[in-house]
Ligand binder design. Structure first.
Ligand code: GDP
Ligand code: MG
Length: 600
């Protein structure tokens, strides 16, 4: 077959700039989806995606487009998520493409993720087709947005296509430009050619096993062929191949240039890793394709069942989640305060939030999560280096030579009026502004260096409130850097509570300790004795609060009253106790864990 009529591309943009809507118009224009089945954002399949209006998983889809030159082209489109936590999904889909459509909301102009995504595409040497979207809006500043693309990203203003993904205006021109500007895939689709395919995603199906999403780079594959996963050397027999249109549709074969799926009775999704090269056992390639950067979870937290009886169920649910999300990791852990649970790794806070939400909904579980943290590199005095993602495993101070923490490069776009507040926010979080760029008369871009740990909790919320919503940010990882970090324990009535232990910068410890103690004071009920709450580093108290003792008997006010009322009260107290965790002599309500772990 002829590769000259294939075009593989992604749509990239800042969140809400209209990627999914543009994809919808393309599906309509090419009659890929039955009109009766057409609903908004067809490709955002997960319920959560629809609700939050974000794309979480990349959805490939194949379309047939009859171009003005009379030829019919096969377009393989990858819609991508816009949020930073999922940027690994973006880089995966980019590796399967020859070009991208860079969408910019003309009413908003260039935003932080426009910049980071464009850099990512340029880094892969992909052709960029710039699109200014939402030109139907009266507030659209189309020419200004074009000028920003030119100034910041060196994309020529006259190259930009003016589009309304809402009305469909300009979408035809986008289709023609895809034909004209994006190069067809290279490689040979001949039966005899050595076979290579890049695995860019996989999905677990209880009947077929792993459904492996592939971009074929060379050769051909069909049902019955024997294939080999190059990273493991394991062989499989192909049970089925097909395209996404957008639902999976079986085909005879997949050949060079195609984006589709294959199934091969792969029972455990972890046997096939993202970025792996699949070859044919009897027509192997010598070297695997350049894979992706391996994805490492960057944010860790303990996940515990509210009800200890749910421990097994939680484990089974995590296993199912992991099958569909190779970026997520988990392992057993136990906490003196919370019992048996799991240490989970996520790509970022949104990934964590989305995963926890899926556990609650899809698996009907009540869970507690501990304070999220990053992975530290702890250099010991004996020369060893430990990677630590859990404060409980922090070594004794005397054993530690130095500690490194992960750093990020952050792009912040904001109004000129807010620059003072932004710089202050960055400094408070131990960051530095390394660069400022003017975007237009009103806005500028700050490029900063910050510790990842400092943006984890509520940096984004603070940024939004400082700027009253008129700002955006995105980040990329820079690597590790030394910092003066210590473990802070929280003691309740003299007992350290492991779930509350955190790693903090030495200078920030007193303030952070005070916040946690105050939050605990508000939620732990008074006891029959006074309860000191302390934050300590190495046994030295850096903050403290006291819960005064409680004198009144709950049933006292029922004095002389009827006995049923008294019994009811006692029963209520008993039920309340069930949701308490006993720490030494003190009962801490579950709510305390949630409250403390949620406040900064
Ligand atoms: P994504 O996050 O980039 O996938 O953005 P969506 O496609 O979900 O669009 C975000 C919002 O912008 C939705 O409410 C869309 O209806 C709206 N939208 C997208 N394109 C246009 C457009 O051309 N004009 C107008 N007025 N609204 C649009
Ligand atoms: Mg979307």
């Amino acid at each position: 077959s002829d590769l000259s009529h294939i075009r593989n591309f992604s749509i990239i943009a800042h969140i809400d700039h209209g990627k999914s809507t543009l994809a919808d118009r393309m599906l309509e224009l090419t009659h890929t989806v039955d009109e009766r089945k057409m609903r908004e954002q067809v490709l955002d399949a997960m319920d959560l995606e629809r609700e939050r209006g974000i794309t979480i998983k990349t959805h490939p889809v194949t379309m047939k487009y009859k171009a003005q030159d009379g030829h019919t082209y096969r377009f393989n489109l990858m819609d991508t998520p816009g949020h930073v936590d999922f940027s690994y999904e973006v880089s995966r889909s980019l590796a399967a493409c020859e070009g991208v459509i860079l969408v910019v909301d003309a009413a908003q102009g260039v935003e932080a993720q426009t910049v980071s995504n464009a850099f990512l595409a340029a880094g892969e040497n992909l052709v960029i087709i710039p699109v200014l979207n939402k030109i139907d809006l009266p507030s659209a500043l189309t020419e200004e947005s074009a000028a920003q693309l030119e100034d910041l990203l060196a994309i020529e203003a006259e190259e930009c296509i003016r589009v309304s993904a809402k009305t469909g205006g300009g979408v035809g021109e986008v289709m023609e430009r895809i034909v004209r500007d994006i190069p067809p895939p290279e490689g040979s689709a001949e039966e005899q050619a050595p076979f290579s395919a890049l695995v860019f995603d996989s999905k677990y199906d209880p009947y077929q096993g792993a459904v492996v999403y592939v971009r074929i780079f060379n050769g051909r594959v069909r049902r019955g062929d024997r294939i080999r996963a190059m990273s493991t050397g394991r062989d499989y027999e192909v049970k089925g191949v097909g395209l996404f249109s957008p639902d999976p549709r079986p085909t005879d074969a997949l050949s060079a240039g195609d984006v589709g799926y294959l199934t091969a009775n792969i029972k455990d999704a972890s046997e096939i890793s993202i970025g792996d090269t699949v070859t044919r056992t009897n027509r192997p390639v010598e070297k695997p394709l350049p894979g992706f950067q391996e994805i490492h979870p960057m944010v860790f937290a303990g996940v515990y069942p509210m009800d200890t009886a749910d421990y097994e169920k939680l484990g089974a649910s995590l296993e199912k989640l992991r099958l569909n999300d190779s970026a997520f990791s988990y392992q057993n852990e136990s906490s003196a305060a919370l019992g048996l649970g799991y240490r989970c790794g996520f790509l970022g806070l949104l990934h964590m939030e989305v995963t926890i939400e899926r556990l609650r909904r899809e698996f009907d579980l009540d869970i507690i999560t501990t304070y999220p943290g990053v992975v530290y590199r702890v250099h010991l005095t004996d020369g060893r280096t430990l990677e630590i993602d859990n404060p409980v495993l922090w070594p004794e101070t005397t054993q530690i030579a130095s500690v490194d923490e992960p750093m990020i490069k952050v792009y912040i776009i904001c109004l000129n009026d807010h620059i003072g507040d932004m710089m202050q926010l960055v400094m408070e979080r131990r960051g530095t502004v390394t660069h400022t760029d003017t975007i237009d008369a009103k806005r500028l871009m700050l490029t900063c260096r910050l510790p990842l740990n400092e943006v984890l909790i509520d940096f984004y919320d603070k940024l939004k409130s400082v700027s009253r919503g008129y700002s955006s940010m995105d980040y990329e990882y820079l690597g590790y850097e030394e910092a003066d970090l210590v473990k802070m324990d929280i003691l309740v009535h003299g007992e350290p509570v492991d779930a509350f232990a955190t790693i903090v910068h030495r200078e920030k410890a007193p303030a952070q300790g005070r916040r946690i103690c105050q939050a605990l004071k508000d939620v732990i009920p008074r006891q029959a004795f006074s309860v000191p709450l302390q934050a300590a580093i190495n046994g030295n108290i850096v903050a403290r609060e006291t819960i005064r003792q409680y004198r009144k008997d709950v049933t006292a006010k029922c004095y002389g009253g009827d006995i049923t009322r008294k019994r009811k009260l006692l029963e209520k107290q008993k039920a309340g106790k069930k949701k308490m965790k006993q720490i030494g002599q003190v009962s801490i309500p579950q709510e305390a864990f949630i409250r403390v772990l949620k406040t900064e």
